[in-house]
Design a protein around this ligand. Structure first.
Ligand code: NAP
Length: 304
């Protein structure tokens, strides 16, 4: 006889997040709070999955019938060959951060892109149509940002990256998909970053450099980051995707200069809300998700 304590009950629906590292992720707290507030028996579990184990992990998730899962660094692009299908935006962007089980198929979505747009428009009060935008970084997050902004009808897009060829590749793809948007690319250097900041209404920090700086790595803040500060003014909006700490030095400097500063947790909430709705079909309790993250990450606090 199985004791009551361990007797099987109706199984909870399982979702989660895979990445490496994963211990720093705030998504389990955010989604746990959202499920509790919505009265559903769902669990969100973080799994550390190395690159070598990625294919096996995806097979296991399919076999176990998880309702879906999030994907984070470093698997957003490399997971694509192991999935069964994609929604159009994820295929165009070439990066997946949310997956849903549809029948026996794992289908990849990109909720980072609409999450960024939501953060800018809903928390930053930005009108994207006609805006002049700058993206610093051309990794998975920078690519998602470029498609999101071009798709929202921005007038121009400058993409600067430490490795310029990556920025050029993203720019060429986005320009082909959105011919009405003037897209250009270049190297991420102090002069180019300052000039592009001066000429932009919306600046997206999508490199991991501010994360390294916040964590004490890389010998302090890069010269190109410091070069942005004199170009910040009222009327400009800066979003730093890095949220460790919540108010990065870049955001503090932007706020001090009178610009609108939007933190990376805002994007995390809105991409998470889109994932929640994709899996459950319910409306995401955004205020609950925001409160869960507020409790986990005080301004200036390191959250990892
Ligand atoms: P990724 O694909 O690994 O790309 C990293 C990017 O950062 C590349 O453009 C890389 O340039 C650049 N970079 C790294 N170190 C640098 C340095 N010291 N100086 C200048 N550039 C540097 O990562 P990702 O997925 O794009 O993510 C980027 C950051 O955004 C991460 O910190 C991630 O946690 C954050 N993020 C936040 C959210 C959110 O919801 N808030 C969502 C997505 C991502 P190279 O091409 O030259 O290597």
């Amino acid at each position: 006889m199985i004791p009551d304590m361990v007797a099987p009950t109706a199984p909870a629906r399982i979702v989660g997040i895979i990445g490496d590292p994963i211990a720093h992720s705030l998504s389990p707290r955010m989604h746990g709070a959202a499920f509790a507030a919505s009265g559903v028996d769902w669990r969100y579990i973080p799994f550390r999955v190395t690159a070598a184990d990625l294919e096996d992990a995806v097979r296991g998730i399919r076999a176990l019938g998880f309702a879906g899962f999030n994907v984070t660094v470093p698997h957003k692009q490399t997971i694509m060959p192991f999935l069964d299908g994609f929604e159009d935006q994820a295929r165009d962007i070439g990066a997946v951060n949310a997956v849903r089980l549809e029948g026996r198929n794992l289908v990849g979505y990109n909720t980072d892109a609409p999450g960024l747009s939501d953060a800018l428009t809903r928390d930053g009060g930005v009108r994207l149509a006609g805006a002049r935008c700058l993206i610093l970084g051309a990794g998975g997050a920078g690519r998602s940002a470029a498609y999101a902004l071009a798709g929202a009808g921005v007038r121009s897009l400058v993409i600067l990256n430490r490795t310029p060829s990556r920025a050029e590749d993203v720019a060429a793809r986005v320009a082909a998909a959105h011919p009405a948007c003037a897209v250009s690319a270049g190297p991420l250097e102090p002069d180019s970053a300052r000039r592009a900041t001066e000429d932009s209404d919306v600046i997206i920090q999508a490199t991991s450099a501010t994360l390294s700086a916040a964590m004490g790595g890389g010998g302090g803040r890069a010269a190109w980051l410091r070069a942005l500060e004199p170009a910040m003014r009222p009327g400009k909006t800066i979003l730093d995707m890095v949220y460790t700490p919540r108010r990065t030095e870049l955001l503090v400097a932007a706020g001090d200069a009178g610009a609108t500063a939007v933190d990376g947790l805002s994007m995390l909430i809105y991409q998470g809300a889109r994932s929640f709705e994709l899996w459950t079909g319910l409306s995401a309790p955004i205020d609950v998700m925001r409160r869960a993250l507020d409790a986990a990450a005080q301004p200036g606090e390191r959250v990892s």
